[in-house]
Write a protein of this length. Structure first.
Length: 387
């Protein structure tokens, strides 16, 4: 999910083996530098990866084509991590675990310091998190729950400001991902077979949530796994299983939020079975979807699309090429210099891949960085980049 991202999608269903938590919790090993000869001289902003099997946060940036570890990284978590989110002011990192949500303060050099005296700020076992544009609310959803939660937080300290979490009831329990529109006016929740919830959002209200409406899945056998909006908050994107024809039946739905009508050609084939994360590129020109699995293979792919607007009419066009990822990729992030798109692979091969934008083919991603993010298997399950 953009900067958020993305997954962390612990309860993601269908078409793939369950995400088993194994490994030595708390084992400390500094993640290695890039495992390949640099193919770029570009540099990136800072970003963080969750390693589920080793219960660690690994922090990085790319320095002249070389993946470089942030000061103090990796950080050992108190429990197995599920999801993470960075506040828009880049001051705070929130990490959901099986024990609850922890707060980390982000220094100017990217180093993390655990906040709230090392205690959880919430007991929610969130599979997806996002901080709103005012840095005043932390939204989360948990698998098996039938609510979306909003935790009031301080933009200055990152701490919870009120003891009571706000919530809105949802018509499903297979919750997968939460997202906010860039305009900060609408929240969205991918709810598996329950479709996608659209929730009016007002950060100034005591309870920021409004009345829920639902977009049903395209196919009754399908499930909504991922959700995002374009940078103008005009289009809603939903990644669903069993939404397109062919052996790779994952689909990207593109819906006009004003009319709730789908764009011509929607759902668009994603080149795989399970569209786990959707990344609208910051400039608003390209959309990327990562598929956890491709028919007959555990290796995933990224499908690339160009997004155009002619007189208010939006058109989404898939590139003929897809980009290979590792084994069971789960999340995407774009760094804050808009130089790299990163993907994390739950079952490695490698754990982290970084791509730059092709100079000749618009929207095409070129593989530039690949690396482990610890002593494998680490089961990298989420990534977030500074805004």
């Amino acid at each position: 999910m953009g900067a958020t991202m993305t997954l962390s999608h612990w309860a993601k269903l269908a078409l793939a083996a369950p995400l088993l938590l194994t490994g030595c919790k708390g084992f400390w090993n500094a993640p290695p530098a890039s495992t390949t000869t640099p193919t770029t001289t570009a540099s990136s902003g800072r970003f963080f990866v969750l390693n589920a099997a080793t219960s660690q946060i690994a922090g990085y940036y790319v320095n002249a084509g070389v993946l470089t570890t942030l000061p103090g990284s990796p950080y050992t978590l108190p429990a197995t991590p599920l999801a993470l989110a960075i506040s828009p002011n880049n001051g705070f990192l929130y990490v959901s675990t099986i024990s609850g949500i922890y707060l980390y303060l982000i220094a100017s050099n990217g180093q993390l310091t655990q906040g709230n005296s090392g205690n959880v700020i919430s007991s929610d076992q969130a599979v997806s998190l996002q901080v709103d544009a005012t840095n005043s609310w932390l939204l989360d959803v948990s698998s098996g729950a039938s609510q979306a939660f909003a935790i009031p937080i301080s933009p200055t300290t990152g701490l919870v400001t009120q003891p009571t979490e706000q919530f809105v009831p949802l018509p499903a329990t297979t919750l997968q991902q939460v997202a906010l529109s860039p305009a900060n006016t609408t929240a969205f929740v991918a709810m598996g077979s329950g479709g996608t919830a659209i929730i009016p959002f007002n950060s100034a209200n005591t309870n920021p949530f409004g009345v829920v409406s639902t977009v049903a899945v395209k196919n009754s056998a399908g499930a909504a796994l991922s959700v995002a909006t374009d940078t103008s908050s005009t289009l809603l994107f939903i990644g669903e299983t069993v939404a397109s024809s062919g052996s790779n039946s994952g689909g990207l739905r593109a819906i006009d939020l004003a009319t709730l009508k789908e764009l011509s050609g929607s759902p668009f084939a994603t080149g795989g079975l399970a569209p786990y994360d959707i990344l609208p590129e910051k400039a608003g020109t390209y959309i990327y979807v990562v598929n956890r699995q491709v028919s007959g293979s555990s290796t995933g792919v990224i499908q690339e699309y160009t997004l155009s607007n002619t007189g208010g009419v939006y058109t989404l066009t898939a590139l003929t090429q897809t980009v290979s990822v590792g084994t069971h990729p789960v999340a995407l992030a774009e760094d804050n210099t808009s130089t790299f798109v990163f993907a994390v692979d739950y079952d490695g091969g490698p754990d982290l891949m970084g791509y730059t934008f092709d100079s000749t083919t618009a929207g095409l991603l070129d593989a530039a960085i690949s690396s482990a993010t610890g002593t494998d298997p680490v089961q990298a399950n989420a990534i977030a980049a500074l805004h």
